[in-house]
Design a binder for this molecule. Structure first.
Ligand code: SF4
Length: 680
């Protein structure tokens, strides 16, 4: 039966990084409905996840009490006992092995305030820079590339520029399914006349609409994008004024790209040389071109460098610093931009500030010296756990066992840890197999704070209903654990607004983002004072730290993960419209009825060759493991390539994926695994 809402509360969708605004209806302490808000981001729309995916909040298996595992069984305990246990174990481990034996993982599911406190806890209470978050496995390559070349590691433009762009380049992303409200805006823009250029191995819905679709072979973004840049240079499709005023390294790049003509790379990339030229012409000659990219670029050996190649195109054609242009990573989770930007990153402090620039200021504000050792990122923490250097890990809102690539390697690492603290809504797979303590958290519908969406917009979330049982918001758990470890000072916040005000005091580009202003509107940083209108478009007249940006010469380095006679097909893993990431939220509600299982998408020619039928169960084998899932024969797939969604925990698709990582920032190569397929 449908219960009528007694109260409506404006908040931000807790699924993807689009950041749609919505009104959540509640009655008798339960969320009973969600309706879209009229707002610049979503303009009265929500997708299937935001609109209907709220039932997880009251699922019967929500964990509502802290638990400690004793003799293999979870025992419910009170908060004092749970936090006392954790505090004693962490203090003992730190005493015996030093602070760098402990790692902390913030969460894209948590607010900015909570991620700020998570990294402050790691650096102040533990005394280690071992703090990271799930941005590591998705868009850290984007942040690294953008920061290195342009000075700011975030999207250059905002979503309203979709309607300003004459050409939209989509590279390695499928917004129709993964960022549906943005995907719909792109589709509408194309129908109104914007030109569409899609680089994607699959014939997605937007690829099918595109003026040019380059179905690049997985792992070949770098040579393809280099060949597009070479075409711009060879055909003089350059913005000479922009290059003269704001770009360095042109001569070096022009010389370097002589080896990357379309003819030389076409066969390896699986596309025609003429189509590469057509794509380059379309990008550079039709007015402002806006590039949006996804994990098909970043989750590769050369993920960071793939984004750098996209930035090269923007610099050569002058598609930066103006409406309808730019380089825009489509952030997957609601607050993944915020989690890393708040300092859940071993190498940077809040606001992506460096230790060299801001370390003294943070130390003075926090009243303690900052840890001197370089911190470990998430993948390095897994290596350190395997080697016995890391002893304890606190994972907030992050099912690392289920979602990290190469399940066997992840399991081997987690099994070595002396203490695994899992903080989540549900007993996730990490907790089930490796957890020692479980701390029940509040969902985004049960707390106040802010999220930061994919286009740098800071938006409020508001409590719609109270947390169930003894569950607490992450910020309260962090503060209580700090007190239990003898460090209450600096963690004695009465409310999230007080945390946010501390963040604003330490982050000059966010100083103008007061809760009072955010109550009225969402604002893009940089926003340095309370009169500042925010900055929807970056790099208007100069880059963050200099007048010019330097073009990057990126040689192609093929992944070690290649097909052979035993593993002849290439598997790409990714998401599907009605579900979200590990399925934790979207499978606990009616969305599960719409798509009960993940599928393996295969080209008709491959299915015919292997004698496989639509819907039958097939077994995939990679060099690392195997998985069984139903077959979906799809014209969207090219022969020799497969696509599988990864939402169901029982399928554990990461049994298949490899340990290949981005060679600069270590994001796993989820988008390229050699496999073979047989009847299950
Ligand atoms: Fe939520 Fe993203 Fe869907 Fe908007 S597009 S409703 S933010 S999941």
């Amino acid at each position: 039966p449908v219960t009528a809402a007694q109260q409506w509360t404006r908040t931000t969708c807790g699924y993807c990084g689009v950041g749609c605004q919505m009104d959540a209806g509640s009655a008798d302490g339960r969320v009973v409905a969600v309706r879209p808000a009229q707002h610049p981001v979503n303009r009265g729309h929500l997708c299937l996840k935001g609109r209907y995916g709220f039932e997880f909040n009251h699922a019967a298996d929500r964990v509502t009490q802290p638990m400690i595992k004793q003799h293999g069984e979870w025992q419910p305990v009170g908060w004092d006992e749970a936090l006392g246990f954790v505090a004693n174990r962490l203090l003992a481990i730190r005493g015996q092995h030093g602070p760098d034996a402990i790692g902390v993982l913030g969460s894209a599911r948590a607010s900015n305030e909570e991620n700020y406190l998570a990294q402050k806890f790691a650096r102040v209470v533990v005394g280690s820079n071992n703090v990271d978050c799930c941005a590591r496995v998705c868009h850290t390559p984007s942040a690294k590339a953008l920061k290195t070349m342009l000075g700011t590691g975030a999207a250059t433009n905002h979503f309203d520029d979709i309607e300003q762009a004459a050409t939209i380049l989509l590279c390695g992303c499928n917004p129709t399914e993964n960022h549906p409200v943005v995907g719909a805006r792109i589709k509408q823009a194309a129908r109104r006349g914007a030109r569409l250029l899609v680089i994607d191995p699959r014939r997605t819905e937007l690829a099918a609409m595109a003026d040019v679709h380059l179905p690049v072979r997985p792992g070949h973004n770098v040579p393809l994008l280099n060949a597009m840049a070479a075409t711009l240079i060879a055909e003089g499709l350059l913005n000479h004024d922009f290059i003269a005023a704001r770009v360095t390294g042109y001569a070096e790049l022009a010389d370097f790209l002589r080896d990357y003509t379309p003819e030389r790379v076409a066969a390896g990339c699986g596309v025609a040389a003429a189509d590469i030229r057509a794509a380059a012409r379309l990008y550079a000659t039709q007015g402002p071109a806006m590039c949006l990219h996804g994990l098909g670029v970043t989750e590769h050996l050369q993920g960071t460098e793939g984004v750098m190649c996209l930035i090269n195109l923007a610099l050569l054609s002058g598609n930066l610093g103006k409406p309808g242009s730019g380089i825009n990573p489509l952030r997957g989770q609601n607050n993944v931009q915020g989690a890393a930007h708040m300092g859940c990153d071993p190498a940077t402090l809040t606001g992506a500030q460096s230790f060299a620039d801001a370390g003294e200021r943070f130390a003075a504000h926090w009243g303690t010296p900052l840890p001197q050792n370089r911190g470990l990122d998430l993948l390095q923490m897994m290596d350190a756990a395997r080697d016995g250097r890391l002893k304890a890990l606190w994972a907030m809102g992050y099912d690392i066992y289920l979602t990290l690539a190469n399940e066997a390697a992840t399991a081997a690492s987690l099994a070595q840890l002396e203490l695994v603290i899992v903080q989540d809504l549900f007993l996730n797979e990490t907790a089930r197999r490796f957890g020692h303590v479980f701390l029940p958290a509040a969902s985004f519908l049960e707390k106040d704070g802010t999220f930061m969406n994919a286009d740098r917009r800071v938006q409020r979330i508001r409590q719609v209903v109270p947390p169930p049982g003894d569950a607490l918001p992450d910020w309260q758990i962090i503060c209580r654990l700090a007190a239990a470890m003898g460090q209450p000072a600096g963690f004695d916040f009465a409310e999230p607004q007080a945390v946010w005000d501390e963040i604003r005091a330490l982050w000059p580009a966010g100083a103008g983002l007061s809760y009072a202003r955010l109550a009225q509107e969402s604002l893009h940083w940089p926003c340095p004072d309370e009169q500042h209108p925010g900055t929807p478009v970056l790099h208007g007249t100069r880059f963050a730290s200099s007048q010019t940006a330097t073009l990057a010469c990126i040689p192609f380095l093929p992944s070690s993960e290649q097909p052979d006679d035993d593993y002849p097909l290439l598997l790409v893993t990714g998401r599907a419209l009605v579900h979200f990431n590990a399925g934790t939220m979207s499978y606990r509600g009616r969305n599960a009825l719409l798509r009960p299982s993940d599928t393996l998408d295969m080209a008709p020619a491959d299915a015919a060759r292997l004698g496989l039928q639509q819907g039958e169960r097939v077994r995939l084998h990679s060099r690392y493991g195997s998985a069984v899932l139903p077959l979906n024969i799809s014209d969207a797939q090219q022969a020799g390539q497969l696509f599988a969604s990864f939402h169901r925990p029982d399928l554990l698709l990461n049994r298949l994926t490899s340990s290949v990582r981005d060679r600069l920032v270590h994001a796993p190569e989820y988008k390229l695994t050699a496999v073979r397929v047989e009847k299950a």
